[in-house]
Structure formats: C-alpha cells, structure tokens
Design a protein around this ligand. Structure first.
Ligand code: PMT
Length: 404
C-alpha cells in the first residue's frame, strides 16, 4: 500500500535517539523508502551504521560530507521525500526550526523541504514546559508542522512527567495515516485560487487588497497531500508553490477569470480562496500618471464574478467559495453561498485578530446549503485547509471517513 512513498527520518541528539531505529525499521517493513539524516550529537547516541543498515540507504550527518547520491544533496533530498519526521526532536532542533536556522544537514533540509513535516519532541520535562519551547511549538504548529506527543512517564534524567518521545508505533501510525489519506482524493483534479488580484492604473500603480495568498496556498497544499492533482491559480504573492502543486500566475481578475474558466470543465473540485477585485479602473494609462496638484477621480468598471459564473456552469464539480466579511458575517456569507451556488462556503470575519488577511491563522465557519454550519476555533491556515479537504472528500463521497 505504501510502496513508492519516501520518508526522511531526522534524528537529533537525545537519549531517545535509539528509538529512531524502531521508527526506521517499522517504516521499512511497510515498504516505504526511508532516508536518514542525523545531527552530529545524534551520532553520539546511536551509530549511523545502525540506521544505515535498517534503512538500507546512506545516512547523512555532515553538510560537507562527500556526496552520496546527488550533487546538492540537502536540496535534492528535501525535494525527493513525501514527508519528514524528526524523531526524536530535541528542544534545540525545535528552536532552530521555529527560527529558520540552517547550520547542519538536517536543519538545512528542514528549511528547504516543502513536504509535510512531523516532529516527535523528546526532552526533559522542565525543558519541554519552558516558555521558549512552548512558544516554538506554537509557532511550528501555526506553520502546519504536526507535533506527535510527547508522552508521559519515567524520564532518563530520573524525573517523571511529560517530555518522553512517543512510541515508534504511534509515530509510524500518524505518518502512515497521511499516506492513507493521500489515497482519498487520488485521481481527482482540483483548482485553487489564491492571493489578491492587482488592477493596474498605469505601468507602476495598481488597485489591490491585503491578501497574502496564505489561505489559498494552504488549501492547495492540503489538496495535494490528499492525493488530488492540484493547480493553483495565483495572484501575485511572495509564497513558494507548495510541493507537487502546479502554479499558474495571474495578475488581474480578468486573467484569473480566463485561467479558471479554461480549466473548469476538467476539474472535480474548485476552491476560490482568492480575494478578487470587484472593480477595475476603466482605463489603464500608457505612461505613469503625472501629479498636477488637481483632484483626480478614478472611474471603475465591474469585474466578472468568477465564482458566480462557476456556480452557473457547475455540473458535477464540488465548488467551494470563501466570504471575507467585516460585519454580519453569517447573514452576508449565507447570502453569498446561495447567490453563487456553492457546495460549501468558508466564512471568515477579517476584522478578528489572527483571522483573515495576512495572518498565519484564521477563524472560520463552514456553511452548507442544507443549513448545516461548523464553527472552528482559531487555528493555522493549514489546519483550516485540512479540515476543508475533509469536507471536500465527504462531498465527493469517495472517502468514508474524509481526510481530516
Ligand atoms: O490570502 P490571505 O492573506 O491568507 O487571506 C485569506 C483571505 C481573507 C483572502 C481568505 O480567507 C478569503 O476570505 N478569501 C475570499 C476573499 C474575497 O474576495 O471574499 P468576497 O466575500 O469578496 O468574495 C466571495 C467569493 O467570491 C470568494 O470566493 C471570491 O474568490 C469570489 N469572487 C469575488 C469577486 C469576484 N469578482 N470573483 C470571485 O470569484
């Protein structure tokens, strides 16, 4: 079932490093291709040769080792694998991950990869509860990194409490769940729009909005993780395309309209997370508009409503809209859901702290045409996206349990 899947196990320097051997062994028994990267301190706790023998692959320790397989190994490995699990994850590696430090092979791969990352913390109880570690864990979760455990019990330092690395069996089950879910939308084609369109006034100015693209990119990542062949139609953003997702870049609402409509007939799922300009300037000056001290008026003409057009043309596709509201969230969102004929509408009050434009988190409600509503607490945009993909799987009726 898991043949063809590739995992990188990152091992860092703690007493629980010996348990990494069981993680590697269990993954291999499932026919998963396993690669191992260790920190130098991990290599003090467990011999690289042990993990090399169990994984049947060379083990990476030093960034400047002789290349084993590829030229720029840390980048090649980062792109090669379907998931990364750091087990055990010390307080040190969690701090490096949270702040983007890349000073050895493993931390460099962790920064370079776009594959889903899991971490199984293992450390002394007091270190685990230190505010610095807790803040790092919160930051990592917000970025969509899945934290497994830690467990509670007797610790090697003689204390009792939480901080023990989760058992290998639990770690492997959590990761293989990801791959089982991957089968759920396999064979389905999905299109996601993201970012804020830009409507030019002249060669240097445009009318835009505050969308960073994060929400739409997270949805594209979650759909791809669930096995859907995913296209991202993206307005300008600073974000890299998620692993395995093909991106079409557009600038204006009209360009987005053309890109979405051209692909629509071949899609099973469309998610419109983009913030599309409702209006564009009636004219675009050929040259930069000069200031002359007088008042100016910009004439605006309406853009097509892409989502409403898809709602009119929809046959078997699952169509998901978003509603960015600043007042009367549910009433306005419900009106949009019916008018645009979507199967599910994600409503977000963009005036709430930690929600809407730009933030790594969002607070949303899912509204369904049959009157059902699911309210979520504040969570990372990737968690919102994974919940959304669960509902999409249910709407497609292909997966009994969805992919949450
Ligand atoms: O990108 P981030 O910084 O992560 O922020 C996320 C977000 C706030 C942009 C996102 O969560 C969100 O709410 N996206 C929809 C923004 C929006 O344009 O909402 P709206 O209520 O104006 O539009 C409703 C729906 O119609 C949306 O699905 C929109 O894509 C679509 N629409 C709107 C206008 C238009 N001309 N064509 C459209 O397709």
């Amino acid at each position: 079932m898991f043949a063809g899947k590739k995992i990188l196990v990152g091992v860092t320097g703690g007493i629980a490093a010996y348990k990494a051997a069981e993680v590697v062994s269990r993954l291999r028994k499932l026919n998963i291709e396993v690669h191992v990267a260790m920190t130098k301190s991990a290599a003090e706790f467990i011999a690289p040769l042990t993990l090399q023998s169990l994984s049947a692959n060379p083990v990476y320790v030093d960034l400047f080792d002789e290349p084993k397989l590829w030229n720029v190994e840390h980048i090649a490995l980062a792109e090669h694998v379907d998931a990364v699990i750091v087990a055990p994850a010390t307080a040190n590696i969690l701090a490096k991950m949270a702040t983007g430090i890349a000073d050895d092979f493993l931390s460099t791969v962790l920064l370079a990869t776009r594959a889903p990352i899991y971490a199984a913390p293992a450390m002394n109880h007091a270190m685990y509860h230190h505010p610095a570690t807790q803040e790092n864990l919160t930051r990592l979760k917000e970025r969509g990194i899945k934290i497994i455990g830690p467990g509670t019990g007797f610790q090697a330092c003689g204390t009792e409490g939480d901080g023990r690395m989760s058992e290998a069996v639990e770690i492997v089950e959590t990761i293989t769940q990801l791959f089982s879910k991957s089968e759920c939308l396999k064979g389905k084609r999905a299109l996601v729009t993201a970012g804020g369109t830009q409507e030019p006034l002249d060669p240097v100015r445009y009318l835009g909005n505050r969308s960073s693209g994060r929400m739409g990119y997270a949805v594209a990542q979650a759909l791809q993780e669930a096995g859907a062949e995913t296209i991202l139609v993206s307005a300008p953003t600073d974000l890299p395309a998620p692993h395995g997702v093909s991106r079409m870049s557009v600038q204006t609402a009209l360009e987005m309209y053309d890109a979405v409509l051209a692909n629509f007939p071949n899609m099973d799922v469309i998610v419109k997370a983009a913030a599309v300009a409702d209006y564009r300037p009636a004219t675009r000056a050929e040259q930069k508009i000069k200031k002359d001290g007088t008042n100016r008026t910009i004439e605006l003409v309406p853009n097509p409503d892409i989502l409403a057009e898809l709602g009119r043309r929809k046959t078997s596709q699952v169509l998901i809209g978003f509603a960015a509201e600043t007042e009367n969230l549910l009433v306005n969102a419900q009106e949009k859901m019916h008018r645009k004929n979507v199967n599910l509408l994600v409503a977000n009050d963009v005036t709430k702290p930690g929600a809407g434009f730009g933030s790594p988190t969002n607070t949303v409600s899912f509204l369904f045409p049959d009157g059902r509503r699911i309210d979520f607490p504040q969570m990372s945009k990737l968690e919102v996206a994974r919940n959304l993909v669960g509902e999409i799987a249910n709407l497609l009726g292909d997966c009994n349990k969805g992919v949450k």
